[in-house]
Ligand binder design. Sequence first.
Ligand SMILES: Nc1ncnc2c1ncn2[C@@H]1O[C@H](COP(=O)(O)OP(=O)(O)OP(=O)(O)O)[C@@H](O)[C@H]1O
Ligand SMILES: Cc1ncc(C[n+]2csc(CCO)c2C)c(N)n1
Length: 265
Amino acid sequence: MEKEDFMCHASTFLLPLLEKENNTSTSEFVTKYALIILNQPLPTFTPMLWDHAQVRVCADGGANRLYHEMPPLLPHQHSELIQTRFVPDAIKGDMDSIQTEVLDFYKKLGTKIIDESQDQDTTDLHKCITYILNLTPDVDKSKLCILVVGALGGRFDHEVGNINVLCSFSGTRIILLSDDCLIHLLPKNQHHKIFIQSSVEGPHCGLIPIGMPCRSSTTTGLKWDLDNTEMKFGGLVSTSNIVKGDIVTVQSDSDLLWTISFKKL
Ligand SMILES: Nc1ncnc2c1ncn2[C@@H]1O[C@H](COP(=O)(O)OP(=O)(O)OP(=O)(O)O)[C@@H](O)[C@H]1O
Ligand SMILES: Cc1ncc(C[n+]2csc(CCO)c2C)c(N)n1
């Protein structure tokens, strides 16, 4: 099978940004990252994701996290300096969690504030994804990848809401991250090739049917591979699986969630 026939996935955003990559980031072949910060403890690698991203958005109370938790992640620099260096492009949400002092601070520094408190039917994450997709509506989104920090752990209804956003925007690459793992969607009826960044991720992984049972999934590169296997809640769901090497391939007749653990450094 030709390379072009695969949908490829690689968590290179977990590796430090090289000057060289930065200089070629306008190339049409390079993934363009956007970062969304939710209202949960910031993962320790957030400064690195910030450097990879070209657009940074806080979801409501996520702005409090950026303001208060970014300085302790970079202890060798003054807090005030960090707070003025890491300024989001926008803060969007229903604005019931952001602190007034934080809102005023970023507003003065030019952050766009978008209050959508009238919409109580979509989550702040959903609102932020819409904002990013509308920034350049006519541009091809296949090279865009939206990284979402603070999406996992904490309140279960929020976690499920965040996973539901993956399903609502299944045509957009969105990756939910915590300090422990990442999750993204593998859309159905495609050949997926996942390049494992083994210095920072693995070996624990999972493949989870989402929304409906899958009748047939086939994988390579896992300790417990699937071979035309059915998966459903109440039956088999591939949790606590292990990646064997640097490439995993997946094919399925329904959307699956892919999750992989992060190595503790
Ligand atoms: N404990 C959590 N676990 C996972 N995601 C979270 C958690 N808390 C917040 N989030 C995410 O961060 C976003 C912004 O959080 P914030 O606390 O501002 O939301 P909210 O709209 O006030 O939530 P709610 O009104 O349900 O408490 C949420 O929409 C959600 O996506
Ligand atoms: C059936 C149903 N369940 C829950 C909510 C509440 N809700 C869902 S998203 C959201 C915004 C959170 O920032 C709120 C309050 C609703 N509207 N409809």
